[in-house]
Write a protein that binds this ligand. Structure first.
Ligand SMILES: [Fe+2]
Length: 389
């Protein structure tokens, strides 16, 4: 994260004695990225963050298997048809993934257990409902349209208020604002489509009592349940530039040109070998002869996965795509608007149509995506042929 924050109580200097009311020392924990060479935060625990009393192997769910996209096809997965179940961690149905990133969908009502993903950052897009994100850094309230970015190794849990649906991006590395939006020291620049004021962060410590508390830990080797002697939510204060935060997609300020602007103007985050883009309601392209929907394109180095989060998809009319759909347009295939959509969009402008209401989250990967079992279970088999109708 680009800027410094303080939550709760901390001593005036780093790494000096900081004592509890009973005279004992608080235990420091430095959470830092890239081997003490990137962003970090220093947390002060009431109990030792190292005190575990048990480690149990946990079998990986079968739904984490991936199969190659062969024969090569554009895909349409209907997340609307996936069942409600599990929680925001265990209930993730895998849609697609590769060695850099995995995309899943979850529809759930149950609170998750404590979870630590030590493989990489997560970006959880809340498509509907309300949920409390609780963590060692504090809590965040999240709702429809929020991206919640969770740094690697953050112990947390999700507590929904009613039914929640989410599109989940799990990186094998860190998810950050694009470098081109930031000054050399990390401040958002004026041309960036969002700024520090748009990011919501924990405001106060999150304290919980408890002994023998299990935490599900995900590493490259698999899943383990570590049992902590004391509840990990025992941080009285922290400071630094590394913490979870929420950003609502409606706070993304779209960039509009007279003729159609390409997806990099919608970029919101970057991760290792992938980008995340937000397509938000905005004025249509306004050149008098503009074609206000995308041109056919072949992004030769990318697979493009799109989650349709809301609004109306003029460009996709006739494709079966609807709110909740996922499309995957892989490298090796040229994609674009459905037949007739270009003329229809020009006509709509002639009739006085000036806005697009589309709301979508796109993940472009720089290496091919394999297909997840949950995605394949709700695939629309007719989608690939809809341009030839
Ligand atoms: Fe595309």
């Amino acid at each position: 994260m680009p800027y410094y924050r303080v939550v709760g109580e901390i001593p005036r200097k780093r790494h000096v004695q900081f004592r509890r009311p009973d005279g004992g020392l608080y235990a420091e924990e430095l959470m830092g990225e890239e081997g003490f060479s990137s962003d970090s935060s220093l947390l002060y625990h009431r109990y030792l963050p190292t005190a575990i009393i048990k480690a149990e192997a946990v079998e990986a769910p079968a739904s984490t298997t991936l199969t190659p996209n062969l024969p090569l096809s554009p895909r349409h997965f209907r997340t609307q048809d996936l069942p409600t179940g599990g929680d925001l961690v265990s209930g993730r149905g895998l849609l697609a993934g590769n060695a850099d990133v995995r995309m899943s969908y979850a529809a759930t009502e149950a609170p998750s257990e404590l979870y630590r993903n030590s493989m990489g950052d997560e970006c959880v897009y809340i498509a509907s409902g309300r949920v409390t994100f609780e963590s060692t850094y504090g809590a965040l309230e999240a709702g429809e349209g929020d991206y919640v970015v969770v740094p690697t190794g953050t112990i947390h849990r999700w507590v929904p208020q009613g039914r929640v649906t989410a599109f989940v991006i799990e990186a094998a590395g860190h998810i950050r604002p694009p470098k081109r939006y930031l000054s050399q020291y990390g401040q958002f620049l004026e041309h960036a489509p969002y700024s520090e004021r748009d990011l919501r962060t924990p405001q106060e410590p999150m304290l919980a009592e408890g002994e023998e508390v299990p935490v599900l830990v995900r590493t490259r080797g698999g899943l383990t349940r570590l049992v902590y002697r004391n509840h990990p939510f025992d941080v009285v204060g922290w400071d630094g530039c590394l913490y979870p935060y929420a950003f609502n997609i409606s706070d993304f300020e779209p960039v509009v040109k007279r003729t159609h602007a390409p997806p990099p103007v919608h970029q919101t985050f970057e991760g290792p070998n992938f980008v995340v883009c937000s397509f938000c309601p905005r004025p249509l392209d306004f050149h008098p002869e503009a074609i206000p929907i995308p041109y056919n394109h072949h992004n030769v180095d990318s697979d493009e996965l799109m989650f349709y989060a809301g609004g109306d998809y003029t460009a996709r009319k006739g494709s079966g795509i609807d709110v909740g759909s996922i499309s995957l347009h892989p490298a090796g295939f040229t994609h674009g608007p459905q037949p007739g959509a270009v003329e229809a969009s020009v006509e709509a402008v002639r009739q006085g149509h000036t806005q697009t209401s589309e709301l979508a989250v796109m993940v472009d990967t720089f290496r091919p995506l394999d297909l997840g079992s949950a995605g394949l279970s709700v695939e629309d088999p007719a989608y690939a042929w809809t341009w030839a109708r």
